[in-house]
Write a protein of this length. Structure first.
Length: 315
């Protein structure tokens, strides 16, 4: 039976279909005969006890240059839909959090909301990984320059980054003898106002920062190893990293199994784990990517796996 599926996502005209995981999800839903509707954050509405939006019906196509057609628009409450997909890209700023509060006003059994808006608020993608210390490399998060420098001194070469960054922005590789260490810490913490994350540098990054996708607690059998290029230590595809699909290792599967029960408990159905060598470094819950690269290189159909899991949830 066709489902009514609503998508809250960034403006559709800004999405580049060739690599986009949301496009892969939309196409997989369309193949199963589901009806698709879309709204961007500017079209959300709230009244006492009622969350609604101006929704546009969409059709999706296989051509990456002209991949969608817009249909009629209408205002509908969230309860009109069977599924609400929350697929806004980070950063998780005040506007993003407000959108999750809008979604939380749906208190009826339908729609099924993915990922759960409360979990999107609670599970910072850098901090959430610390709930699994058995999986993490040596890590320290703080605002005090002295404490951060003490940790770096104890570990040697480290990576420093903000706790709310994305796409490889504002990530520094440093050491106790780095003449720029003070200014890096002052910049990241804004003089002690913001948290900064320090983590022991993992040389295994040369073999790739692996993105492991989990669907309802089950790991997709292939991951995407994002391998740094040139002189840049950052592996993010947005920073020029090369994505290579590869089978999961035994350690990858062990890490996924450690994390999966808590993901399921929190209503996080589609999640991306970032793993370098033997260590979990981040848990991506907002809009995990990697579907199209993994599918094209390994022959998987991750969108179909996702919708089969969603349909089981609804049953």
């Amino acid at each position: 039976m066709p489902l009514q599926i609503a998508w809250l996502m960034d403006p559709i005209s800004t999405i580049r279909a060739r690599k986009d995981s949301t496009v892969a999800m939309l196409r997989a839903a369309a193949k199963r005969g589901h009806r698709l509707y879309y709204a961007s954050p500017g079209q959300l509405r709230l009244q006492p006890g009622l969350a609604s939006a101006l929704w546009t019906q969409i059709e999706v196509h296989g051509d990456d240059e002209h991949w969608y057609t817009l249909g009629p628009t209408e205002v509908q409450p969230l309860q009109h839909f069977d599924v609400l997909m929350l697929r806004r890209d980070p950063p998780v700023d005040a506007d993003f959090l407000a959108d999750t509060l809008w979604a939380s006003l749906a208190t009826t059994p339908r729609p099924l909301i993915l990922n759960d808006p409360r979990a999107l608020r609670d599970c910072n993608e850098k901090l959430f990984a610390l709930n699994f210390p058995q999986c993490c490399p040596p890590t320290f998060i703080g605002r005090e320059t002295i404490a951060l420098k003490d940790f770096i001194a104890s570990q040697g070469e480290c990576v420093l980054k903000p706790i709310d960054g994305m796409a490889g922005r504002s990530i520094f590789r440093t050491s106790p003898t780095d003449p720029n260490l003070n200014v890096i810490l002052e910049t990241l913490t804004a003089g002690g106002r913001h948290f900064a994350l320090a983590q022991r540098f993992l040389p295994e990054i040369a073999q790739g920062d692996k993105r492991i996708l989990l669907i309802d607690g089950e790991a997709v059998p292939y991951c995407l190893a994002r391998i740094p290029q040139g002189g840049d230590f950052r592996a993010n595809l947005a920073r020029g990293g090369q994505g290579i699909a590869q089978p999961l290792s035994e350690r990858d599967r062990w890490i996924a199994a450690q994390v999966a029960p808590e993901l399921k408990r929190r209503g996080l159905l589609f999640v991306g784990l970032d793993v370098i060598g033997d260590y979990l470094t981040e848990i991506n819950v907002t809009s995990p990517t990697g579907i199209r690269d993994i599918d094209s290189q390994s022959g998987t159909d991750i969108g179909a796996l996702l919708w089969a899991a969603i349909e089981r949830r609804l049953q």
